[in-house]
Design a binder for this molecule. Structure first.
Ligand SMILES: Nc1nc2c(ncn2[C@@H]2O[C@H](COP(=O)(O)OP(=O)(O)O)[C@@H](O)[C@H]2O)c(=O)[nH]1
Ligand SMILES: [Mg+2]
Ligand SMILES: [Zn+2]
Length: 303
């Protein structure tokens, strides 16, 4: 082992700006690092969320990232890695829940192999609880956890906190649903927007907001991703769409046709379950909407 090797520490990249990276070590110290010259060629640019080993910053010197651990997943836009969980926020008030967008985001979480959690915010606007109830019914068969909260009244926030522990979580959902409000409630007091930023990194901040990991507790991070509300889902092969619906997986092999897409095929076990009320009708209708969209995309791509 070279002298350097045993000086290496491990850490996680909180954010990167212009070739500099803020790396949090196990002791909670933040090091400003650059990357070893060949690293980019070997594995590409370091990303927010990367687990790295690095030479610690010393005196006036920056640290240096030496290795990047293999990634669990990798997002292109926003550029980030190793996101464990997606909390999709919708509301029981305004803006009214866009369930088609919700389904797209859930598909995205499945594609990226993230755990998905539904969060119904603004429950204070839903006095008789009917809106919340309807959404819960619609998603009961999916098995996704559903949390009802109000950022305004700080109600139900502990249930989110419990889901965050030990994970890197991103928040997604349309603009105005309360993502920022919730994130503010979930961060401990000292973790302000620019908290812990070294001067060198802070200087770059006026330009655009960066993808960064915010510390919500030990080993617990929230990925703050400006513009993460809407992104284009590319379903790819239409035949794969049903794989992203956890509640449809258990019906596999029960339809008359092998490779049934649960659309118009006769003797389809999924359609029958919908007809019998075991599976949600609305969710299936939106599935069919996305299926025809995927078919259209697929056709354009390969014709
Ligand atoms: N009534 C109510 N309003 C909320 C709640 N959470 C957020 N808001 C309001 O909804 C608006 C959008 O919130 P914001 O956090 O910026 O949403 P974002 O666009 O998803 O980040 C703001 O005016 C918030 O004050 C809530 O639980 N109840
Ligand atoms: Mg916001
Ligand atoms: Zn079927």
């Amino acid at each position: 082992m070279s002298v350097q090797e045993d000086q290496l520490k491990t850490g996680i990249i909180l954010q990167g700006i212009g070739g500099y990276y803020e790396v949090l070590d196990a002791a909670g110290r933040v090091h400003t690092c650059n990357a070893r010259g060949k690293l980019r060629q070997e594995v590409g640019k370091p990303l927010t969320g990367d687990h790295v080993s690095f030479l610690p910053a010393k005196d006036q010197q920056n640290g240096r990232i030496e290795h990047i651990r293999p990634r669990k997943n990798q997002l292109v836009r926003p550029p980030a890695a190793n996101i464990d969980q997606m909390i999709v926020v919708i509301t029981a008030g305004v803006p009214a829940a866009d369930l088609l967008l919700l389904d797209r985001l859930l598909i995205q979480a499945e594609q990226w192999e993230m755990e998905a959690v539904l969060c119904i915010n603004k429950c204070d606007m839903d006095e008789d609880g009917r809106v919340e109830e309807g959404i819960r019914r619609e998603y009961a068969a999916t098995g996704y956890p559903v949390l009802s909260v109000s950022a305004k009244n700080a109600e139900g926030i502990d249930n989110i906190t419990a889901r965050l522990k030990g994970k890197v979580t991103c928040f997604a959902g349309q603009s105005g649903v309360g993502k920022s409000s919730l994130i503010n409630l979930l961060l401990p007091g000292e973790e302000m927007e620019t908290g812990g930023l070294s001067k060198k990194l802070a200087r770059g901040r006026h330009t655009t907001r960066r993808t960064q990991l915010l510390r919500a507790g030990p080993d617990t991070f929230i990925m703050d991703t400006p513009g993460f509300s809407l992104f284009e889902t590319n379903i790819g092969d239409p035949e794969l769409l049903q794989e992203y619906y956890p509640e449809y997986r258990s019906y596999q092999g029960q339809c008359r046709f092998n490779g049934c897409l649960h659309d118009r095929e006769p003797d389809c076990a999924v359609r029958q379950a919908v007809a019998e009320g075991e599976l949600a009708k609305g969710r299936h209708e939106r599935y069919r909407t996305l299926l025809s969209e995927a078919r259209e995309q697929w056709r354009r791509q390969y014709d």
